[in-house]
Design a protein around this ligand. Structure first.
Ligand SMILES: O=C(O)CCC(=O)C(=O)O
Ligand SMILES: [Fe+2]
Length: 505
Protein backbone atom coordinates (compact mmCIF):
# COMPACT_ATOMS: atom_id res chain seq x y z
CA UNK A 1 0.00 0.00 0.00
CA UNK A 2 3.00 2.26 0.43
CA UNK A 3 2.37 4.36 3.52
CA UNK A 4 5.26 6.77 3.23
CA UNK A 5 3.96 8.40 0.05
CA UNK A 6 0.92 10.15 1.52
CA UNK A 7 0.33 11.73 4.88
CA UNK A 8 -3.48 11.89 4.58
CA UNK A 9 -3.92 8.17 5.06
CA UNK A 10 -1.45 7.96 7.91
CA UNK A 11 -3.98 9.76 10.12
CA UNK A 12 -6.12 6.62 10.16
CA UNK A 13 -3.10 4.65 11.32
CA UNK A 14 -2.55 7.01 14.24
CA UNK A 15 -6.21 6.62 15.28
CA UNK A 16 -6.01 2.84 15.03
CA UNK A 17 -2.94 2.88 17.24
CA UNK A 18 -4.92 4.63 19.98
CA UNK A 19 -7.68 2.02 19.81
CA UNK A 20 -5.10 -0.75 19.90
CA UNK A 21 -3.45 0.62 23.01
CA UNK A 22 -6.74 0.66 24.91
CA UNK A 23 -7.69 -2.84 23.68
CA UNK A 24 -4.32 -4.18 24.77
CA UNK A 25 -4.75 -2.58 28.18
CA UNK A 26 -8.18 -4.25 28.51
CA UNK A 27 -6.63 -7.51 27.51
CA UNK A 28 -4.00 -7.23 30.23
CA UNK A 29 -6.60 -6.24 32.83
CA UNK A 30 -8.75 -9.26 31.99
CA UNK A 31 -5.81 -11.64 32.06
CA UNK A 32 -4.63 -10.26 35.39
CA UNK A 33 -8.12 -10.69 36.86
CA UNK A 34 -8.33 -14.27 35.64
CA UNK A 35 -4.88 -15.10 36.94
CA UNK A 36 -6.00 -13.69 40.31
CA UNK A 37 -8.96 -16.07 40.39
CA UNK A 38 -6.75 -19.02 39.54
CA UNK A 39 -4.35 -17.94 42.26
CA UNK A 40 -7.21 -18.01 44.84
CA UNK A 41 -7.99 -21.57 43.89
CA UNK A 42 -4.40 -22.60 44.06
CA UNK A 43 -4.08 -21.05 47.51
CA UNK A 44 -7.14 -22.89 48.78
CA UNK A 45 -6.15 -26.18 47.25
CA UNK A 46 -2.58 -25.89 48.46
CA UNK A 47 -3.76 -25.65 52.04
CA UNK A 48 -5.57 -28.97 51.68
CA UNK A 49 -2.76 -30.69 49.87
CA UNK A 50 -0.19 -29.50 52.44
CA UNK A 51 -2.28 -31.02 55.17
CA UNK A 52 -2.64 -34.31 53.34
CA UNK A 53 1.02 -34.66 52.52
CA UNK A 54 1.99 -34.58 56.19
CA UNK A 55 -0.24 -37.59 56.97
CA UNK A 56 -1.43 -39.24 53.80
CA UNK A 57 -2.37 -42.63 55.32
CA UNK A 58 -4.31 -41.12 58.17
CA UNK A 59 -6.11 -38.64 55.96
CA UNK A 60 -7.23 -41.14 53.46
CA UNK A 61 -8.64 -43.52 56.08
CA UNK A 62 -11.32 -41.04 57.13
CA UNK A 63 -14.59 -41.35 55.15
CA UNK A 64 -15.32 -37.60 55.17
CA UNK A 65 -11.86 -36.96 53.84
CA UNK A 66 -12.44 -39.62 51.21
CA UNK A 67 -15.65 -37.87 50.28
CA UNK A 68 -13.89 -34.47 50.08
CA UNK A 69 -11.10 -35.78 47.91
CA UNK A 70 -13.57 -37.18 45.44
CA UNK A 71 -15.61 -34.00 45.63
CA UNK A 72 -12.56 -31.84 44.89
CA UNK A 73 -11.87 -33.76 41.73
CA UNK A 74 -15.48 -33.79 40.69
CA UNK A 75 -16.03 -30.10 41.26
CA UNK A 76 -13.04 -27.95 42.20
CA UNK A 77 -10.55 -29.23 39.68
CA UNK A 78 -13.19 -28.99 36.97
CA UNK A 79 -13.55 -25.35 37.89
CA UNK A 80 -9.80 -24.89 37.65
CA UNK A 81 -9.96 -26.48 34.22
CA UNK A 82 -12.67 -24.03 33.23
CA UNK A 83 -10.68 -21.10 34.53
CA UNK A 84 -7.61 -22.19 32.59
CA UNK A 85 -9.63 -22.64 29.45
CA UNK A 86 -11.07 -19.16 29.90
CA UNK A 87 -7.58 -17.81 30.41
CA UNK A 88 -6.51 -19.36 27.12
CA UNK A 89 -9.48 -18.02 25.25
CA UNK A 90 -9.43 -14.43 26.48
CA UNK A 91 -7.72 -12.32 23.87
CA UNK A 92 -8.16 -14.89 21.13
CA UNK A 93 -10.26 -12.44 19.18
CA UNK A 94 -7.78 -9.66 19.80
CA UNK A 95 -4.94 -11.85 18.53
CA UNK A 96 -6.93 -12.57 15.38
CA UNK A 97 -7.83 -8.92 14.90
CA UNK A 98 -4.25 -7.88 15.29
CA UNK A 99 -2.98 -10.37 12.75
CA UNK A 100 -5.70 -9.32 10.30
CA UNK A 101 -4.91 -5.66 10.91
CA UNK A 102 -1.18 -6.19 10.36
CA UNK A 103 -2.00 -6.89 6.73
CA UNK A 104 -3.71 -3.51 6.32
CA UNK A 105 -1.26 -1.23 8.10
CA UNK A 106 2.39 -0.25 7.68
CA UNK A 107 4.77 -3.18 7.54
CA UNK A 108 8.49 -3.69 7.21
CA UNK A 109 8.25 -2.67 3.54
CA UNK A 110 7.12 0.81 4.51
CA UNK A 111 10.14 1.44 6.65
CA UNK A 112 12.61 1.79 3.77
CA UNK A 113 10.72 4.59 2.00
CA UNK A 114 10.22 6.30 5.36
CA UNK A 115 13.98 6.13 6.05
CA UNK A 116 14.63 7.43 2.52
CA UNK A 117 12.31 10.35 3.33
CA UNK A 118 14.35 11.31 6.40
CA UNK A 119 17.56 11.12 4.37
CA UNK A 120 16.01 13.29 1.62
CA UNK A 121 14.97 15.95 4.12
CA UNK A 122 18.47 16.08 5.54
CA UNK A 123 20.09 16.30 2.11
CA UNK A 124 17.76 18.74 0.37
CA UNK A 125 17.54 21.19 3.26
CA UNK A 126 21.06 20.50 4.62
CA UNK A 127 19.59 19.85 8.07
CA UNK A 128 21.91 19.25 10.98
CA UNK A 129 22.19 15.50 11.53
CA UNK A 130 22.73 15.95 15.26
CA UNK A 131 19.46 17.86 15.52
CA UNK A 132 17.64 15.32 13.37
CA UNK A 133 18.86 12.52 15.63
CA UNK A 134 17.52 14.49 18.58
CA UNK A 135 14.14 14.66 16.79
CA UNK A 136 14.52 18.35 16.08
CA UNK A 137 13.55 19.49 12.58
CA UNK A 138 14.05 23.20 12.01
CA UNK A 139 13.22 23.95 15.63
CA UNK A 140 10.15 21.68 15.73
CA UNK A 141 10.78 18.99 18.34
CA UNK A 142 9.19 15.60 17.87
CA UNK A 143 9.85 14.18 21.33
CA UNK A 144 11.33 11.10 19.67
CA UNK A 145 14.91 10.45 18.69
CA UNK A 146 16.56 8.43 15.95
CA UNK A 147 18.28 5.35 17.39
CA UNK A 148 21.63 4.01 16.16
CA UNK A 149 19.60 1.35 14.31
CA UNK A 150 17.57 4.07 12.58
CA UNK A 151 20.80 5.75 11.45
CA UNK A 152 22.09 2.42 10.19
CA UNK A 153 18.90 1.83 8.20
CA UNK A 154 19.04 5.31 6.67
CA UNK A 155 22.71 4.71 5.73
CA UNK A 156 21.89 1.34 4.21
CA UNK A 157 19.01 2.72 2.12
CA UNK A 158 21.27 5.54 0.92
CA UNK A 159 23.97 3.09 -0.08
CA UNK A 160 21.49 0.97 -2.00
CA UNK A 161 20.27 3.98 -3.95
CA UNK A 162 23.86 5.06 -4.62
CA UNK A 163 23.75 8.12 -2.37
CA UNK A 164 27.24 7.50 -1.13
CA UNK A 165 27.87 10.73 0.72
CA UNK A 166 24.68 10.16 2.66
CA UNK A 167 25.61 6.54 3.32
CA UNK A 168 28.93 7.63 4.77
CA UNK A 169 27.57 10.27 7.13
CA UNK A 170 24.70 8.13 8.40
CA UNK A 171 26.93 5.06 8.91
CA UNK A 172 29.45 7.17 10.79
CA UNK A 173 26.61 8.41 13.00
CA UNK A 174 25.42 4.85 13.55
CA UNK A 175 28.94 3.81 14.55
CA UNK A 176 29.44 6.82 16.79
CA UNK A 177 26.22 6.07 18.66
CA UNK A 178 27.32 2.38 18.91
CA UNK A 179 25.54 -0.62 17.51
CA UNK A 180 22.23 -1.71 18.96
CA UNK A 181 20.49 -5.05 18.47
CA UNK A 182 19.61 -4.22 14.85
CA UNK A 183 23.13 -4.10 13.43
CA UNK A 184 26.77 -4.75 14.22
CA UNK A 185 29.67 -2.35 13.85
CA UNK A 186 31.09 -4.58 11.14
CA UNK A 187 27.92 -4.31 9.08
CA UNK A 188 28.04 -0.53 9.24
CA UNK A 189 31.71 -0.61 8.23
CA UNK A 190 30.95 -2.92 5.31
CA UNK A 191 28.41 -0.49 3.87
CA UNK A 192 30.81 2.37 4.31
CA UNK A 193 33.49 0.41 2.45
CA UNK A 194 31.16 -0.19 -0.50
CA UNK A 195 30.46 3.52 -0.66
CA UNK A 196 34.13 4.41 -0.61
CA UNK A 197 34.67 1.98 -3.45
CA UNK A 198 31.90 3.54 -5.47
CA UNK A 199 33.56 6.89 -4.98
CA UNK A 200 36.75 5.42 -6.37
CA UNK A 201 38.64 4.92 -3.08
CA UNK A 202 39.27 1.24 -3.72
CA UNK A 203 42.44 0.84 -1.70
CA UNK A 204 40.70 1.95 1.45
CA UNK A 205 37.62 -0.17 0.72
CA UNK A 206 39.94 -3.11 0.10
CA UNK A 207 41.66 -2.64 3.45
CA UNK A 208 38.40 -2.34 5.40
CA UNK A 209 36.93 -5.38 3.69
CA UNK A 210 40.06 -7.46 4.28
CA UNK A 211 39.84 -6.62 7.97
CA UNK A 212 36.12 -7.43 8.10
CA UNK A 213 36.74 -10.80 6.43
CA UNK A 214 39.12 -11.84 9.18
CA UNK A 215 36.14 -11.73 11.54
CA UNK A 216 33.52 -13.08 9.14
CA UNK A 217 35.43 -15.18 6.58
CA UNK A 218 32.39 -16.75 4.86
CA UNK A 219 30.32 -13.61 4.34
CA UNK A 220 29.14 -13.84 0.71
CA UNK A 221 28.73 -10.13 0.20
CA UNK A 222 32.16 -9.28 1.58
CA UNK A 223 33.72 -12.03 -0.51
CA UNK A 224 31.98 -10.75 -3.63
CA UNK A 225 33.11 -7.20 -3.01
CA UNK A 226 36.66 -8.39 -2.32
CA UNK A 227 36.82 -10.16 -5.66
CA UNK A 228 35.75 -6.98 -7.35
CA UNK A 229 38.30 -4.79 -5.54
CA UNK A 230 41.03 -7.26 -6.40
CA UNK A 231 39.99 -7.19 -10.03
CA UNK A 232 39.98 -3.43 -10.27
CA UNK A 233 43.21 -3.11 -8.34
CA UNK A 234 44.76 -5.50 -10.84
CA UNK A 235 45.19 -8.35 -8.41
CA UNK A 236 42.73 -10.63 -10.21
CA UNK A 237 41.71 -11.14 -13.81
CA UNK A 238 38.09 -12.24 -13.59
CA UNK A 239 35.26 -9.88 -12.77
CA UNK A 240 32.62 -10.71 -10.23
CA UNK A 241 29.36 -9.60 -11.84
CA UNK A 242 27.32 -8.51 -8.82
CA UNK A 243 29.07 -5.23 -8.21
CA UNK A 244 28.13 -2.13 -10.15
CA UNK A 245 29.92 1.18 -10.22
CA UNK A 246 27.90 4.24 -10.97
CA UNK A 247 28.65 6.80 -13.60
CA UNK A 248 28.10 10.35 -12.50
CA UNK A 249 25.61 12.37 -14.51
CA UNK A 250 27.10 15.83 -14.02
CA UNK A 251 24.15 17.73 -15.52
CA UNK A 252 21.60 15.96 -13.39
CA UNK A 253 23.73 16.48 -10.28
CA UNK A 254 24.07 20.19 -10.98
CA UNK A 255 20.35 20.53 -11.43
CA UNK A 256 19.63 18.70 -8.18
CA UNK A 257 22.09 20.95 -6.37
CA UNK A 258 20.29 23.98 -7.76
CA UNK A 259 16.90 22.50 -6.86
CA UNK A 260 18.05 21.89 -3.27
CA UNK A 261 19.25 25.46 -2.95
CA UNK A 262 16.03 26.91 -4.36
CA UNK A 263 14.04 24.76 -1.90
CA UNK A 264 16.22 26.06 0.93
CA UNK A 265 15.28 29.59 -0.08
CA UNK A 266 18.87 30.54 -0.87
CA UNK A 267 18.00 32.64 -3.89
CA UNK A 268 16.60 36.15 -3.79
CA UNK A 269 15.57 37.88 -7.00
CA UNK A 270 17.83 40.85 -7.76
CA UNK A 271 16.14 44.19 -7.17
CA UNK A 272 16.21 45.12 -10.85
CA UNK A 273 14.07 42.04 -11.57
CA UNK A 274 11.77 42.11 -8.54
CA UNK A 275 10.96 45.79 -8.92
CA UNK A 276 9.11 44.95 -12.15
CA UNK A 277 6.84 42.39 -10.48
CA UNK A 278 3.34 43.58 -9.65
CA UNK A 279 0.27 42.64 -7.65
CA UNK A 280 -3.01 43.62 -9.25
CA UNK A 281 -6.72 42.93 -9.58
CA UNK A 282 -7.55 41.24 -12.84
CA UNK A 283 -10.78 41.18 -14.85
CA UNK A 284 -9.50 39.30 -17.91
CA UNK A 285 -10.27 42.07 -20.38
CA UNK A 286 -13.48 43.02 -18.63
CA UNK A 287 -15.03 39.57 -18.50
CA UNK A 288 -18.48 40.40 -17.05
CA UNK A 289 -18.13 37.64 -14.44
CA UNK A 290 -14.85 39.03 -13.20
CA UNK A 291 -15.88 42.66 -13.31
CA UNK A 292 -17.90 42.21 -10.13
CA UNK A 293 -15.20 40.32 -8.29
CA UNK A 294 -11.79 40.69 -9.94
CA UNK A 295 -9.20 38.05 -9.15
CA UNK A 296 -6.13 38.92 -7.08
CA UNK A 297 -2.90 38.29 -8.96
CA UNK A 298 0.71 38.31 -7.84
CA UNK A 299 3.44 38.11 -10.45
CA UNK A 300 6.20 35.70 -9.43
CA UNK A 301 8.23 35.99 -12.60
CA UNK A 302 8.06 38.02 -15.79
CA UNK A 303 9.91 35.76 -18.16
CA UNK A 304 8.53 33.15 -18.31
CA UNK A 305 5.37 34.72 -16.99
CA UNK A 306 4.37 32.91 -13.80
CA UNK A 307 1.58 34.26 -11.60
CA UNK A 308 -0.12 33.28 -8.37
CA UNK A 309 -3.89 33.83 -8.17
CA UNK A 310 -5.49 34.21 -4.74
CA UNK A 311 -8.94 33.06 -3.52
CA UNK A 312 -9.45 30.82 -6.50
CA UNK A 313 -11.48 28.26 -4.58
CA UNK A 314 -13.37 28.50 -1.28
CA UNK A 315 -12.78 26.43 1.87
CA UNK A 316 -15.93 24.33 1.57
CA UNK A 317 -15.05 23.24 -1.94
CA UNK A 318 -11.48 22.53 -0.87
CA UNK A 319 -12.67 20.31 1.97
CA UNK A 320 -15.06 18.47 -0.35
CA UNK A 321 -12.29 17.79 -2.84
CA UNK A 322 -9.92 16.54 -0.14
CA UNK A 323 -12.60 14.35 1.42
CA UNK A 324 -13.50 12.78 -1.92
CA UNK A 325 -9.80 12.25 -2.71
CA UNK A 326 -9.01 10.36 0.48
CA UNK A 327 -11.01 7.39 -0.77
CA UNK A 328 -9.19 7.27 -4.08
CA UNK A 329 -5.57 8.20 -3.39
CA UNK A 330 -3.07 5.90 -5.07
CA UNK A 331 0.62 6.17 -5.75
CA UNK A 332 1.47 8.88 -8.32
CA UNK A 333 3.11 7.61 -11.47
CA UNK A 334 5.47 9.15 -14.00
CA UNK A 335 5.52 8.42 -17.72
CA UNK A 336 7.77 5.46 -18.48
CA UNK A 337 8.64 3.59 -21.68
CA UNK A 338 5.75 3.31 -24.20
CA UNK A 339 3.79 5.93 -22.26
CA UNK A 340 3.04 3.54 -19.43
CA UNK A 341 2.78 4.86 -15.88
CA UNK A 342 5.54 3.70 -13.54
CA UNK A 343 6.40 4.30 -9.87
CA UNK A 344 9.60 6.31 -9.46
CA UNK A 345 11.42 7.83 -6.50
CA UNK A 346 11.37 11.22 -8.24
CA UNK A 347 7.68 11.54 -7.42
CA UNK A 348 6.70 10.54 -3.89
CA UNK A 349 3.02 11.37 -3.52
CA UNK A 350 -0.39 9.86 -3.96
CA UNK A 351 -3.00 11.18 -6.35
CA UNK A 352 -6.68 10.91 -7.17
CA UNK A 353 -8.43 11.97 -10.39
CA UNK A 354 -11.86 13.52 -10.90
CA UNK A 355 -13.95 14.38 -13.91
CA UNK A 356 -15.55 17.77 -14.34
CA UNK A 357 -18.98 16.30 -13.74
CA UNK A 358 -18.06 14.10 -10.78
CA UNK A 359 -19.27 16.71 -8.28
CA UNK A 360 -20.14 20.41 -8.15
CA UNK A 361 -16.88 21.62 -6.61
CA UNK A 362 -14.93 20.40 -9.65
CA UNK A 363 -17.40 21.89 -12.11
CA UNK A 364 -17.29 25.26 -10.33
CA UNK A 365 -13.52 25.18 -10.29
CA UNK A 366 -13.34 24.51 -14.04
CA UNK A 367 -15.64 27.44 -14.80
CA UNK A 368 -13.59 29.68 -12.54
CA UNK A 369 -10.30 28.67 -14.17
CA UNK A 370 -11.75 29.25 -17.59
CA UNK A 371 -12.92 32.74 -16.52
CA UNK A 372 -9.58 33.66 -15.03
CA UNK A 373 -7.45 32.42 -17.91
CA UNK A 374 -9.81 32.93 -20.82
CA UNK A 375 -8.99 29.37 -21.92
CA UNK A 376 -11.55 26.84 -23.10
CA UNK A 377 -12.62 24.14 -20.63
CA UNK A 378 -13.11 21.83 -23.57
CA UNK A 379 -9.56 20.46 -23.31
CA UNK A 380 -8.93 20.73 -19.59
CA UNK A 381 -7.54 17.45 -18.30
CA UNK A 382 -9.32 15.70 -15.44
CA UNK A 383 -8.58 17.25 -12.06
CA UNK A 384 -5.58 15.69 -10.36
CA UNK A 385 -5.43 15.92 -6.56
CA UNK A 386 -2.13 15.09 -4.86
CA UNK A 387 -1.21 14.43 -1.26
CA UNK A 388 2.48 14.28 -0.42
CA UNK A 389 3.98 11.85 2.09
CA UNK A 390 6.94 11.88 4.45
CA UNK A 391 9.37 14.31 2.79
CA UNK A 392 7.18 13.94 -0.30
CA UNK A 393 8.53 15.69 -3.38
CA UNK A 394 8.32 15.84 -7.15
CA UNK A 395 11.77 16.34 -8.61
CA UNK A 396 12.38 18.75 -11.51
CA UNK A 397 10.29 17.98 -14.59
CA UNK A 398 8.36 19.53 -17.46
CA UNK A 399 4.60 19.30 -17.53
CA UNK A 400 4.66 19.20 -21.34
CA UNK A 401 5.92 16.28 -23.34
CA UNK A 402 9.04 16.70 -25.42
CA UNK A 403 7.85 14.00 -27.80
CA UNK A 404 6.65 15.15 -31.20
CA UNK A 405 3.93 12.49 -31.32
CA UNK A 406 0.57 14.32 -31.55
CA UNK A 407 -1.39 11.27 -30.40
CA UNK A 408 0.27 11.28 -26.99
CA UNK A 409 -2.60 13.17 -25.39
CA UNK A 410 -5.92 11.65 -26.29
CA UNK A 411 -9.15 12.46 -24.57
CA UNK A 412 -11.39 9.56 -23.58
CA UNK A 413 -13.50 10.10 -26.71
CA UNK A 414 -10.37 9.64 -28.81
CA UNK A 415 -9.92 13.32 -29.70
CA UNK A 416 -6.28 14.40 -29.95
CA UNK A 417 -5.94 17.44 -27.71
CA UNK A 418 -2.29 18.38 -28.20
CA UNK A 419 0.38 19.16 -25.63
CA UNK A 420 -0.15 20.67 -22.15
CA UNK A 421 -0.18 24.34 -23.06
CA UNK A 422 -0.70 25.60 -19.50
CA UNK A 423 -0.74 24.47 -15.86
CA UNK A 424 -3.00 25.68 -13.07
CA UNK A 425 -1.54 24.38 -9.81
CA UNK A 426 -3.88 24.84 -6.86
CA UNK A 427 -2.87 24.67 -3.23
CA UNK A 428 -5.46 23.01 -1.01
CA UNK A 429 -3.77 23.74 2.32
CA UNK A 430 -1.03 25.76 3.95
CA UNK A 431 2.18 23.81 4.46
CA UNK A 432 3.92 24.56 7.72
CA UNK A 433 7.45 24.08 6.37
CA UNK A 434 8.73 23.03 2.93
CA UNK A 435 6.58 21.83 0.04
CA UNK A 436 7.16 24.90 -2.10
CA UNK A 437 7.02 24.78 -5.86
CA UNK A 438 10.47 25.53 -7.29
CA UNK A 439 11.10 26.84 -10.80
CA UNK A 440 14.61 25.79 -11.67
CA UNK A 441 15.76 28.28 -14.28
CA UNK A 442 14.32 31.53 -12.91
CA UNK A 443 15.27 30.25 -9.41
CA UNK A 444 11.95 31.23 -7.84
CA UNK A 445 9.56 29.46 -5.45
CA UNK A 446 5.82 29.65 -4.96
CA UNK A 447 4.54 29.17 -1.45
CA UNK A 448 1.57 26.88 -0.90
CA UNK A 449 -1.19 29.15 0.37
CA UNK A 450 -4.60 27.57 0.81
CA UNK A 451 -7.02 28.56 -1.94
CA UNK A 452 -4.37 30.12 -4.18
CA UNK A 453 -3.09 28.78 -7.50
CA UNK A 454 0.02 29.20 -9.60
CA UNK A 455 -0.47 29.55 -13.35
CA UNK A 456 1.96 29.46 -16.24
CA UNK A 457 2.19 28.56 -19.93
CA UNK A 458 4.35 25.50 -20.57
CA UNK A 459 4.60 26.18 -24.29
CA UNK A 460 5.77 29.20 -26.22
CA UNK A 461 2.97 30.73 -28.31
CA UNK A 462 4.52 28.84 -31.23
CA UNK A 463 3.66 25.56 -29.53
CA UNK A 464 7.28 24.71 -28.75
CA UNK A 465 8.02 23.61 -25.17
CA UNK A 466 9.42 26.40 -22.96
CA UNK A 467 12.32 24.82 -21.04
CA UNK A 468 12.30 27.68 -18.54
CA UNK A 469 9.14 26.18 -17.03
CA UNK A 470 11.00 23.21 -15.56
CA UNK A 471 9.75 22.95 -11.98
CA UNK A 472 9.52 20.74 -8.90
CA UNK A 473 7.72 20.29 -5.62
CA UNK A 474 10.21 20.62 -2.75
CA UNK A 475 10.06 17.96 -0.01
CA UNK A 476 7.49 18.60 2.70
CA UNK A 477 9.33 19.24 5.97
CA UNK A 478 6.59 19.74 8.52
CA UNK A 479 2.90 19.18 7.97
CA UNK A 480 1.11 17.85 5.01
CA UNK A 481 0.70 19.03 1.43
CA UNK A 482 -2.42 18.94 -0.68
CA UNK A 483 -2.14 20.30 -4.20
CA UNK A 484 -4.22 19.93 -7.32
CA UNK A 485 -3.53 20.41 -11.01
CA UNK A 486 -5.59 21.33 -13.98
CA UNK A 487 -3.65 20.93 -17.19
CA UNK A 488 -4.90 22.78 -20.21
CA UNK A 489 -4.28 21.36 -23.68
CA UNK A 490 -3.55 23.17 -26.93
CA UNK A 491 -6.56 22.22 -29.01
CA UNK A 492 -9.48 24.69 -28.72
CA UNK A 493 -7.15 27.40 -27.42
CA UNK A 494 -6.11 28.55 -30.92
CA UNK A 495 -8.14 31.74 -30.72
CA UNK A 496 -7.70 32.20 -27.00
CA UNK A 497 -3.93 32.34 -27.17
CA UNK A 498 -2.62 33.09 -30.63
CA UNK A 499 0.67 31.76 -31.86
CA UNK A 500 3.66 34.02 -32.30
CA UNK A 501 5.87 34.57 -35.30
CA UNK A 502 9.07 33.24 -33.74
CA UNK A 503 9.55 29.77 -32.30
CA UNK A 504 10.30 31.18 -28.85
CA UNK A 505 7.98 34.18 -29.18
O1 LIG B 1 2.87 20.24 -6.12
C1 LIG B 1 3.63 21.02 -6.69
O2 LIG B 1 4.12 22.01 -6.14
C2 LIG B 1 4.02 20.75 -8.10
C3 LIG B 1 3.33 19.57 -8.69
C4 LIG B 1 3.69 19.36 -10.11
O3 LIG B 1 4.58 19.93 -10.63
C5 LIG B 1 2.93 18.39 -10.92
O4 LIG B 1 2.09 17.68 -10.37
O5 LIG B 1 3.17 18.33 -12.14
FE1 LIG C 1 4.54 19.70 -12.74
Amino acid sequence: FDWASSVAQLKAVAKTEQVLVSRLQNFINNKTEELGRIQNYVDALRKVSDKISSSKEEYISHPINQYHLIQRFAKEWTKVGDLLQMFNETGFELTQNISRMRKLYPTDNDLNPAAAGIERLQRVYELSIDELIEGNVKGEKSGYKLSPGDCFLIGKISCKSFKCDACKIWMQRALKLKADETFTNDEALAYEAVCRAKRGNLTHAFAITEDLLTRDPFNDILLGNMLYYRFVLGKLNILYPCFITIKKDENAEDEIKQYNQICQGKFKLPHKVSKNLRCYLYTNKNDPRLRIKPVKVEELCNSPHIVQFYDVINNDDIETIKKMSKKHLSRALVTGPNNTGIVEDIRTSKVAWFKKNDFTAVKKLYTRISEMTGLSEETFEDLQVANYGLAGEYQPHFDYTEKQDPSIYKREDGAEVGNRIATMLLYLNDVKEGGRTAFIEPKIVAKPIKGSAVFWYNLYPSGLGDPRTRHASCPVVIGNKWASNVWVHEVQQEFKRKCGLRQDA
